[in-house]
Each structure stands twice: as structure tokens, then as C-alpha cells.
Design a protein around this ligand. Structure first.
Ligand code: 1CP
Length: 349
């Protein structure tokens, strides 16, 4: 008999007894056991490409908090690296890449051999599935993920994080035909990468579009909605039943078009999304996921409890996955996470 997993049931539109939950960036720096492994491994990428370590980190938060889903420990920037772009993570700093400046630089990218780099990640997925079973997490689903082409492209063109995205936007607005070539490469490689994660045992996928909110409507349509639809269609062609969650962060009311047009199964909401607007406009289309401000979790106490209760009440009448509206912050006290998990688990619909 197949064991039912509340997170997957919810993504398929069923109402489960309690509300499933997980937190973006739940595997990571706020956990002391993560810090220990990181210093032994000698850096972030050494953990990502070591299936044993990566599977261990994926499972770490579940042992403490028992979330309804585990998310593969990896990063959205493994795709540029697999395509041949130089990538480094310096301790305490963000990622650094050898920036692409113009169309000619695209010839440095090669999508034929990405699996040579990505194979250890597929191995992490299968190893994690094994580990979840071995440790008795039989109701916990495993989420695979990738960055969406627009967000990944910003890192490839800016050479790292950015506040303004001027280089990427200038390329996309000024030379859309050549920028399209970069997006096409990312659509193709990301579709392949996600399919391979499913084949290795991922039970759901999330597309992170962290910087989708910096584009105007026309460009949101072209660089966010269209490539996302292509990836969803490509993955569904091979794996029609895999639920895909889209997370177009900062997109405001353009989230509606995204939800309607991309054929995703569920929509992630950031913490700026007005809750009533989201229940009225989105939740009848598909399950939603979100949207507690990670700073509220960091600060803890009564304000967090009130905010979390309001989210549970507002979204809990229809299929809903509790999550944060962005990644958990490094300094977040473990006790605050424990409190939040207890509240979600104890909530009666
Ligand atoms: O130990 C360290 O110093 C590394 C910190 C770290 C971690 C734990 C990075 C560097 N990435 C990760 C893991 C990670 N990244 C996961 C693992 C699973 C989990 O959620 O627990 C996921 C899903 C990501 C996704 C990711 N990476 C995004 C999308 C989500 C988001 O936060 O908006 C983005 C934008 C990245 C790029 C990235 N990787 C790491 C950093 C510090 C950044 C952001 C840089 C920036 O702010 O521009």
C-alpha cells in the first residue's frame, strides 16, 4: 500500500487533516550541525557535489522539526557551472561567476555535457530518498528544484548578486534576440536537469524565480512566463504527474498571469503578497504556498504567533502549504522554528 504524503496530497488539491509545511532554505546555515559539516567539508560546493554530505544536510532539519517535505541540498547556480561558467562561493560572501558580457560569450557555454557535472546531484536525490525511508520519514516528500532562467541569467550576466540588475536588463531590453539565446540554453538544460531529478526520485519540483520582480509587464511575460511555461511543458511531457511549484518572487499581481499561463501545479507567495487578494484571485486556481516573512520568524514571540495564525486561518480553508515568503535567515533561533512548527502541526482546520 502506498503511504499518503500530505504535502503531495495538498499539491494535488486534496484537503489533508493538518496543514503540510516546509521552509525555504530549511537546510542550511541556521543549523549548528550544518556549520559543523561545512567546516569539515571545506566549503559549500564541496558539500553540494558530495552526495553523502548533501543527503545528510537535506535530512538534518527533518530530524529536529519533522517538516512535511525535504528539499534537495544544492543551489540554483550549479546549472551555470555545469554549462562551463566559472563559479566560486567564498565564505561569508555571495557567489562569484565569470560574467557573460555579450553574445560571443555564449559560445563558452556547452549544454551537451552538463551531466558530467550534475551526476553527483542526481545521486544525492536517490541517496536522500533511501535515507528518508531508512530513518522512518515515510510521510515526507522530497522536493527537487532549479532556478528559473531569468533569475539564473541575472547571476550569469552580473557575475554574482546585484541590487539593480542593470547589465542583465540592458542586454534583455537592448538585444532581446541574443538574450533569447541565453534563455533558450537555460530552458533546455534546466528541463533536462529537472527530469533527471524526477528520475532519481524527486516527488515534486520547485522553480525559484527570486528576481522575477524587477521586470516590467512585457518583459515579465517574455523572460519569466514564457520560459517557465516551456520548462513545465518539457518536464510534463516526460513526467506528466510531477507537481511543479512556481515561485515568482516579487511579481506582485503579475503572479496571477504566471499562475494562469505556466501550467504549474501550485504557486509560492512571497511575504509582500496581500493575503485576501491571494485567496480571492489565486487559491481557487491552484494550491498556494507561503508566506510568512522570514524576519518575523527571526524576531519570534507574539508577533510571529499572530502572523502565523492569521496565515493558517486565511489560507487553511483550501489546499495550502505553509512556508516562509523567502529563505530562512541564518541568525534565526532554533527555538523560534520549533515554536512555529508546533503551531502549524497543532492547527485544526
Ligand atoms: O554555507 C554557505 O555559506 C552557503 C549558503 C547557501 C546555501 C545553504 C547558498 C549560497 N545556497 C544554499 C542552498 C540553497 N540555495 C538551497 C538548498 C535547499 C534549501 O532550501 O534548504 C536552495 C533551494 C537554494 C536556492 C538559491 N540559491 C536561490 C533561490 C532562492 C532564494 O533564496 O532566493 C538563490 C537566489 C541562490 C543563489 C545563492 N546561493 C547562495 C547564496 C548566498 C545565494 C544568494 C546570493 C544573492 O543574494 O544574490
Amino acid at each position: 500500500m502506498e503511504i499518503k504524503k500530505p504535502f503531495l496530497q495538498t499539491l494535488h488539491g486534496e484537503m489533508t487533516e493538518s496543514i503540510p509545511f516546509w521552509f525555504m532554505r530549511q537546510a542550511g546555515r541556521y543549523l549548528p550541525e550544518y556549520g559543523e559539516l561545512r567546516s569539515q567539508a571545506g566549503g559549500f560546493l564541496n558539500m553540494v557535489y558530495n552526495p553523502k554530505n548533501a543527503a545528510e544536510i537535506t535530512v538534518q532539519p527533518l530530524r529536529r522539526f519533522g517538516m512535511s517535505a525535504a528539499i534537495l541540498f544544492s543551489d540554483i547556480l550549479v546549472i551555470p557551472q555545469a554549462l562551463g561558467q566559472k563559479l566560486e562561493f567564498m565564505a561569508g560572501e555571495g557567489p562569484k561567476l565569470d560574467a557573460l558580457k555579450e553574445e560571443n560569450d555564449l559560445s563558452k557555454l556547452n549544454s551537451d555535457t552538463i551531466d558530467e557535472v550534475l551526476n553527483p546531484i542526481y545521486e544525492t536525490v536517490s541517496l536522500t530518498r533511501q535515507k528518508l525511508n531508512d530513518e522512518g520519514f515515510d510521510q515526507t516528500a522530497l522536493i527537487g528544484f532549479a532556478g528559473s532562467p531569468w533569475t539564473v541569467a541575472t547571476y550569469m550576466v552580473e557575475g554574482g548578486g546585484s541590487k539593480t540588475y542593470e547589465k542583465t536588463k540592458a542586454w534583455a531590453y537592448g538585444h532581446p534576440t541574443s538574450f533569447q539565446k541565453l534563455i533558450d540554453i537555460l530552458v533546455e538544460s534546466t528541463t533536462h536537469y529537472l527530469c533527471r531529478q524526477v528520475e532519481a526520485g524527486a516527488e515534486s519540483l520547485q522553480l525559484f524565480d527570486s528576481w522575477s520582480g524587477v521586470l516590467d509587464e512585457e518583459n515579465f511575460d517574455r523572460w519569466v512566463i514564457k520560459p517557465t511555461s516551456q520548462i513545465v511543458a518539457g518536464v510534463k511531457e516526460k513526467h506528466p504527474d510531477i507537481p511543479i511549484i512556481g515561485f515568482p518572487r516579487g511579481a506582485g499581481t503579475m503572479v496571477f498571469n504566471y499562475a494562469e499561463e505556466t501550467n504549474i501545479q501550485a504557486i509560492g507567495l512571497d511575504f509582500t503578497m496581500p493575503q485576501k487578494w491571494a485567496t480571492d484571485n489565486l487559491q481557487h486556481l491552484m494550491p498556494v504556498q507561503g508566506n510568512l516573512d522570514p524576519v518575523s520568524l527571526l524576531a519570534g514571540g507574539p508577533q510571529m504567533e499572530e502572523k502565523a495564525q492569521k496565515i493558517l486561518k486565511t489560507f487553511g480553508n483550501q489546499p495550502f502549504v505553509f512556508n516562509l515568503g523567502h529563505g530562512i535567515i541564518k541568525e534565526t533561533p532554533i527555538a523560534h522554528v520549533e515554536k512555529l512548527c508546533d503551531m502549524i502541526r497543532g492547527y485544526k482546520r
